[in-house]
Write a protein that binds this ligand. Structure first.
Ligand SMILES: [Zn+2]
Length: 468
């Protein structure tokens, strides 16, 4: 039993970006339906599941969650009978009508052992595939519906698409990955950002009060919306839980809806929030479609390159810091010995900084090709406007083509054609010279008489008038 999942480590920051399926095409009745009753303190879940007759017979849960599934029974005319089980899977009989299955899942115990489930304080944060028995072979194109009833004092929140009847739904292929759900004593509030709704769920025991945290999220969301023209997704769950860590750890997930999980350490105070980059990084992830694992560098590279620029544009980061950090950190993205190109070299440095190097060069080339009228931001806005957000899975070639169309260039596609399987070295010293970025010990000196000084200034200026 496997769960497709990318675990990304960045400077002690754990980010998981789950892949998503294509757009929902299920208008008819759902293939699988789940009714979940949450027990006191979210210790156990009692699940009633109905599987359509076309469901493949073998069903299971995410890797590591199997030992926490108990008492799986099938409804028959003679009453409830145990479902046959072997090596972490259960087997449905061939039926003409839907199979009605009942079981218990020990959620609290599974957290920390099952892939895709974590416990932070009193809250369990899990992808649905951890606790929902499902087929791993079901093709996308039909829906599953999830309804949850929680015990008093326990809340259920979800990044999945909400239904008008209070349930949630998504494509069957998204069960094992994608948007997160959480159980526990959570307080829910919502932040409106244009036509987008951010569902914010606070756990107990956070080091800051809900009001400043909510204002912080709202301000960051507005900055992201300004950059992209609107907030990248219509709905996102933002889950805040406490844990014994340093700073803030974040991760963004798509697939059936968008979610961001932020784990907040005890030392986080209002000054940490002010200088935090995590939430901006995760929100940038929302604005790009899921791509195959080989292209993970573009997701992290974009978030790494765009995040400081976006914060500088909104006044949260001094412009000199953006260039100082880029001059210091981008060299880490250069290909090392044995490099086989970005699609085939999956080291941390090439994923984050190699991807950022690609984005930096692309931004410069788009600006040069359009005499400063277009930039990487226009490409990203074009992708986002065409529906390429974290809840969709797109081929990278298509994504880059859509981006290029928005700038009227072929920069992204032509760069990708070489960078994907060739170690491309960038003459960064030449770029810093042209842009007027000179390192001076721990800081930088910016030269406004450098040949591309205007380009450098445009990168961090909020040019509202430019671009559609
Ligand atoms: Zn990331």
């Amino acid at each position: 039993v496997t769960l497709i999942r990318l675990n990304i480590l960045a400077g002690g920051l754990m980010l998981v970006l789950a892949l998503t399926s294509t757009c929902p095409s299920w208008a008819k009745s759902p293939s699988w339906a789940y009714a979940v009753r949450v027990g006191p303190a979210a210790r156990v879940l009692d699940v009633e599941a109905r599987f359509s007759p076309d469901c493949p017979r073998e069903i299971s849960v995410s890797t590591g969650a199997e030992p926490y599934v108990e008492n799986v029974r099938l409804a028959t005319p003679k009453g409830w009978v145990a479902l046959p089980t072997r090596r972490g899977s259960w087997f449905l009989p061939r039926l003409r009508s839907a199979a009605h299955v009942r079981y218990r899942f020990r959620l609290m115990e599974a957290a920390g052992h099952a892939q895709g489930a974590e416990r932070h304080g009193e809250v369990v944060d899990a992808v649905p595939g951890v606790y929902l028995l499902h087929s791993l072979r079901q093709r996308s194109g039909s829906a599953y519906v999830l309804r949850v009833r929680a015990a008093p004092g326990v809340a259920f929140v979800s990044g999945l698409h909400p239904r008008s009847d209070g349930g949630f739904e998504s494509d069957v292929s998204d069960v094992g990955m994608g948007a997160h759900t959480a159980f526990g004593p959570l307080r829910e509030t919502s932040v409106e950002c244009g036509d987008a709704r951010l569902v914010v769920a606070f756990a107990n025991g956070l080091p800051l009060a809900r009001t400043p945290l909510r204002s912080w999220i709202a301000a960051k969301a507005r900055a992201v919306a300004r950059f992209y023209g609107r907030f990248p997704v219509r709905r996102v769950l933002i889950l805040l839980t406490p844990d014994k860590i340093r700073g803030i750890h974040g991760r963004a997930d798509g697939g059936g809806g968008a979610s961001i999980s932020l784990v907040v350490g005890p030392g986080v105070d209002s000054s940490t929030l002010k200088s935090d980059w995590t939430i901006t990084h995760e929100m940038v992830h929302l604005a790009f479609p899921g791509v195959r694992a080989a292209h993970h560098w573009i997701e992290e590279g974009l978030a790494t390159y765009v995040e400081p620029i976006l914060r500088a544009r909104s006044g949260d980061l001094p412009v000199s810091r953006v260039w100082r950090d880029m001059a210091r950190d981008l060299p880490q993205g250069q290909p090392g010995p044995g490099d086989r190109g970005l699609d085939r070299t999956h080291t941390w440095a090439r994923t984050y900084w190699g991807g950022a190097l690609f984005c930096f060069v692309a931004d410069m080339r788009i600006r040069a090709a359009t005499e400063g009228r277009r930039s990487l931001r226009d490409a990203l806005r074009g992708i986002q406007r065409a529906g390429g957000d974290i809840t969709r899975m797109w081929p990278l070639e298509k994504t880059l083509r859509v981006g290029d169309r928005a700038t009227g260039t072929r920069v992204l596609e032509s760069m990708y054609a070489t960078w994907k399987d060739t170690p491309v070295r960038v003459d960064l010293a030449a770029w810093w010279h042209k842009l007027g970025v000179a390192r001076d010990g721990e800081t930088v000196v910016l030269n406004d008489r450098a040949p591309l000084a205007a380009t450098r200034q445009a990168v961090t200026e909020d040019l509202q008038a430019v671009g559609p």
